[in-house]
Write a protein that binds this ligand. Structure first.
Ligand code: PHE
Length: 339
């Protein structure tokens, strides 16, 4: 039995010397010191020994157990140190390595122009209003003095959800929504997306953006409209910019005009950018039609107002010298990078 104990001790110690990981260490512990382990088996078999031998073997078995326990503890400490060292060397950070490049985003040219437009009008004391893109026929047409079968509906064919609901063709319905809720003085702009069933080409898209403007108060005149648009044109296109009004027709303004800005490239002489016109059209405008005021319960004998509708794509194209509207929607990074 003494020899058995000695060989158990030798075997265990040599295994412990070679152990490489925690799992095998635990296995060794169970093999020798566990409930069904080799040393335990010896202790259980001691009943068969003589009275004289028992304490000697018992003493020896206890010594072996102690030595093994110590050796296991030592192996454990070594393994923990080893694992920690490995972990640290694995996780070492080389601060001299170049970082991951995170490209910086930019605002889309439409957003840039819209921000500029908002800035100008907020500076003049306008508030920003909003309205739905899916709009009632009533607001998009009827209340704007454009009854069913009116020829002006032709140029603004759109997508019908049903007979009474359309994708709005203009931001002008917001005029009515605002005037229904709020009484003069009113001074708002409304930027938003609009829809028309147009074929895509260099100057048309079934989805585009407008900024509506509306001012209603006592004594508002065409002079106020012209002055406002002049300030706007100069801030966006430069101090020397002139504006020009051409008579036009919109059912909801009277009188109505289409408004051009002088070409910033040639100053009005005529060039490639303005197609030799000297002028570039960017918006429609006019004095709010008395019919529209009445529909909104505002007395046209007391109040008057002006309104305008500005094409955001057109303005961006003019502002950044872009010759094809499709570029604004394709989101080609090579194009967008330039702004
Ligand atoms: N809503 C008109 C259009 O889309 C523009 C406009 C707005 C004209 C306000 C006059 C007044 O063509």
């Amino acid at each position: 039995m003494k020899e058995q104990l000695q060989s158990i001790a030798d075997e265990a110690l040599s295994m412990l010397e070679k152990v490489q990981d925690m799992k095998s260490l635990e296995e060794i512990r169970v093999t020798f010191l566990g409930k069904k382990g080799k040393l335990t088996a010896i202790l259980k078999g001691m009943g068969a020994l003589s009275k004289e031998e028992r304490p000697i073997v018992g003493q020896m078995a206890n010594d072996v157990r102690k030595r093994l326990e110590e050796a296991i503890q030592n192996a454990k400490t070594k393994l923990i140190k080893k694992e920690r060292a490995e972990k640290i060397s694995r996780e070492v950070i080389d601060v001299t390595m170049p970082g991951t490049f995170i490209p910086r985003g930019k605002k889309h040219p439409l957003t840039l122009v819209l921000d500029e437009i908002k800035e100008v009008f907020l500076g003049m004391g306008y508030e920003i209003a909003e309205g739905p893109e899916v709009e009632l026929d009533y607001y998009n047409f009827e209340a704007l003095n454009t009854p069913k079968n009116h020829p002006a509906r032709d140029a603004q064919d759109t997508f019908y959800i049903n007979e009474n609901v359309v994708l709005r063709t203009q931001t002008s319905p917001v005029q009515v929504r605002v005037m229904e809720k709020k009484k003069p003085p009113i001074k708002i702009i409304c930027p938003g997306r609009v829809y028309r069933s147009d074929q895509v080409d260099a100057t048309h898209s079934p989805i585009f953006h407008q900024v509506e403007g509306l001012v209603v108060d006592k004594g508002i005149t065409m002079g106020d409209l012209i002055g406002t648009l002049q300030v706007f044109a100069r801030s966006l296109f430069g101090e020397d910019t002139k504006i020009r009004l051409r008579p036009h027709h919109f059912p909801f303004t009277e009188p109505s005009a289409e408004v051009d800005v002088s070409c910033w490239e040639c100053g009005g002489k005529g060039c490639r950018i303005c197609k030799n016109e000297g002028w570039i059209e960017i918006l429609g405008a006019g004095m709010v039609h008395p019919y529209v005021l009445e529909v909104c319960d505002i007395d046209p004998a007391v109040y008057s107002g002006f309104a305008f509708g500005l094409g955001v794509e057109r303005t961006a194209m003019a502002r950044f010298n872009i010759n094809d509207l499709r570029l604004l929607f394709e989101n080609d990074i090579r194009f967008l990078k330039q702004f």
